[in-house]
Ligand binder design. Sequence first.
Ligand code: NDP
Length: 231
Amino acid sequence: MTKTACVIGANRGIGLGFVRQLLAQGYQVIATCRHPEKADALNQLMSKGGLRIYPLEVIDDKALETFAKQLGDQAIDRLIISAGIMGTHGVQHGNPIERDNLQHVFNVNAISHIKIADRLVDLVAASNEKLLVQITSKMGSISDNRSGGYYAYRGSRAALNAMIYSLALDIRGKGVHTLLLHPGWVKTDMGGPNALIDVATSVAGMLNMMENAREYPTGSFFDYSGAKIEW
Ligand code: NDP
């Protein structure tokens, strides 16, 4: 039976990598991005078949509602929420901590994700795999923080982890299993050219984690290679 995955934030970077590999594995893929008409790399994958692309600006609740209505009762085996931003670089003690930057980064990286997961979870529950996958970051781990800085990004990911963990417990009764995954330090626009691994390696590792998701408790936090991350 054909399976369906939905990737939020799919026009570049890790999200695009998920679309590529999921199509290669035979999944039907629903991909979202802010501007489908400009998403050249994503649009090129349409020729392979099995891909549908929808617009979604993640901080826009009306856009989320429109997207959800377009999906109708489409079951989603794997909902993978990947969109994210770093926010203003170089903010540390002594530099201005701008409220607008903090609010925007929390809005994109945390608030939007819980809203998307909450809105679409019944479609996940209606599928066979019933897997909710939250792409987050090790930088949201307080116990792993040895270098400081990155207040907005770290804080937004810690908030996201707390919220998604809580949601994971709430949706157990629907049979939905949740994983929080750190992709590694990946060569993308966000990760930069000095990052340690490429997108294909990161995505292959995370898809492997999804394959074996039920070996781990719901709400577990791992990296792409299967290493457990402390909160
Ligand atoms: P990129 O910067 O390469 O891509 C970010 C993606 O998020 C783009 O598709 C972008 O769309 C989308 N996005 C950003 N803001 C919004 C928004 N408001 N609405 C909809 N889409 C949005 O990042 P990566 O691919 O590297 O990162 C993917 C995820 O992995 C992120 O959550 C990131 O925090 C996380 N991560 C990445 C690491 C790395 O080393 N690369 C390490 C740890 C975590 P658009 O093109 O329209 O801006």
